[in-house]
Write a protein that binds this ligand. Structure first.
Ligand SMILES: *Cc1c(COP(=O)(O)O)cnc(C)c1O
Ligand SMILES: [Zn+2]
Length: 428
């Protein structure tokens, strides 16, 4: 078999169809490892661009040889995901302080976040294993994605939701796609512990990012970005960090591309956390000598995580890429979001960490002005309308909008409207 599960700590291996999430001998996190006889080529992947045929019409399965080479194509569950745009954004580059900035918009996936790239891998593996029920705990986007992919594959989706602070767009998706929705009176970290316990007991497949098959799908964010750049490697990849599945997957994907000779150098990874949810950042400051979970608080609910499951894999990704970690305030996140939104691209709050973080790293002299930066936008602007409206109407606690677009009110007459449009009236 070309793929197997391997413990990142003790290197123990397990067959790919074994139902485990962590190493049974040491408890370490597992990787899906592929034994390639020969490297697939850039030309092979390029030849599939624009394919109308499943599974190669997907921006994940286009790279099937790197993701899950031996999987039976009839088991693949794909919407199809990926194929997201890479925007060149000169105005935002000027704000960040670099010559060249691209934004890779993972909010353009079928359910509006990068989670779809992982979910196609995870739900496909559920079918490989013959599981009929899949579950996750979620800050919102994983559950939206799971609900969709489970429904699409005719499996039962089960989602554990936090009692509060799930963005309304995400909540609506889970309900709409027909998942069994369970609201639990606990935060994300507690919910994750519960979902693992309950699923063990009831033979349900867990699709949180502890699941290594999800990370195989998520690493294609990097592969697709590099293909879109015609395989020219940028200096920096900047992304938000919550449970650290994405950054872990990016590290693995980049390392594999480099080892296979598909890219000639490694970009540096910058992981950006919210100030109120920054356990990785604090560990980074100690040279990763120390790790302390925290009680998380931030307006960017997608990264409101105090005890990231993939901590160790993220540290490994940072070592492989000579990476850095930075933190940004909710104020900085929301101002950066407003700027991304008003370029017409738009994103949810957590995604704006990429832009706010890149700017901070330029200010600190870590990213150089002549370097090329790719920022990852992780979620769609419609995910969290309350945060957007709250910002522009200046009703968010402790946030003073630097770039507000307040809604004007006019009386029911032309003169009153004309006054606004000739800028004679102040916004009300
Ligand atoms: C899940 C998510 C994140 C955090 O990704 P991790 O892999 O948990 O670090 C960031 N932004 C959005 C929009 C997400 O849905
Ligand atoms: Zn182990």
């Amino acid at each position: 078999m070309a793929s197997y599960l391997q413990c990142m700590d003790c290197s123990a291996t397990y067959p790919v169809d074994r139902l485990i999430y962590t190493c049974t001998s040491c408890g370490g996190l597992l990787d899906v490892t592929h034994a390639w006889d020969q490297s697939p080529t850039r030309e092979l992947f390029d030849s599939r661009l624009g394919s109308l045929e499943a599974p190669y019409n997907s921006g994940v399965w286009r790279y099937k040889e790197l993701v899950y080479p031996d999987v039976d194509p009839s088991l693949i569950v794909s919407r199809p995901e990926g194929n997201t745009n890479l925007y060149h954004t000169p105005r935002l580059a000027a704000w960040v302080g670099v010559r060249s900035l691209y934004l890779k918009h993972e909010g353009e996936n079928p359910t509006g976040s990068f989670k779809d790239r992982g979910m196609t891998g995870g739900v496909t593996q559920a079918r490989v294993l013959g599981m009929t029920r899949v579950a996750c705990a979620s800050t919102g986007n994983t559950s939206a994605s799971l609900a969709s992919y489970a429904a699409f594959a005719d499996l039962e989706g089960i989602i554990f939701l936090q009692n509060k602070q799930i963005a309304v767009g995400k909540l609506a998706q889970g309900v709409a796609y027909g998942a069994t929705c369970i609201r639990v009176d606990g935060d994300f970290d507690r919910n994750l512990a519960l979902v693992r316990e309950v699923s063990d007991k009831l033979n349900i497949y867990v699709l949180n990012s502890v699941n290594p098959f999800r990370l195989e799908g998520q690493k294609t964010v990097m592969i697709e970005t590099l293909q879109q750049l015609r395989w020219r490697v940028p200096d920096w990849i900047v992304c938000p960090g919550g449970n650290l599945g994405n950054s872990s997957a990016f590290g693995k994907g980049l390392k594999e591309l480099y080892d296979l000779g598909l890219i000639d150098r490694m970009p540096r990874l910058a992981i950006i956390q919210a100030e109120g949810a920054s356990p990785l950042y604090h560990s980074y400051l100690s040279g990763f000598q120390d790790f302390q979970a925290q009680k998380a608080e931030t307006i960017a609910t997608a990264i409101k995580i105090g005890n990231p499951v993939n901590y160790k894999k993220a540290v490994r990704a940072l070592r492989w890429t000579n990476g850095v970690v930075e933190q940004v305030s909710d104020q900085q996140i929301m101002d950066a979001k407003a700027l991304i939104d008003r370029t017409g691209i738009g994103c949810e709050p957590a995604s704006a960490c990429s832009l706010a973080g890149a700017r901070k790293l330029v200010e600190r002299g870590i990213i150089q002005p002549d370097e090329t930066v790719v920022g990852i936008l992780t979620g769609h602007v419609l995910k969290d309308p309350d945060a957007t409206i709250g910002y522009h109407s200046a009703t968010l606690e402790n946030i003073t909008p630097a770039y507000p677009n307040p809604i004007h009110s006019a009386a029911d007459d032309v003169a009153s409207i004309a006054r606004i449009l000739t800028r004679q009236a102040e916004p009300v």
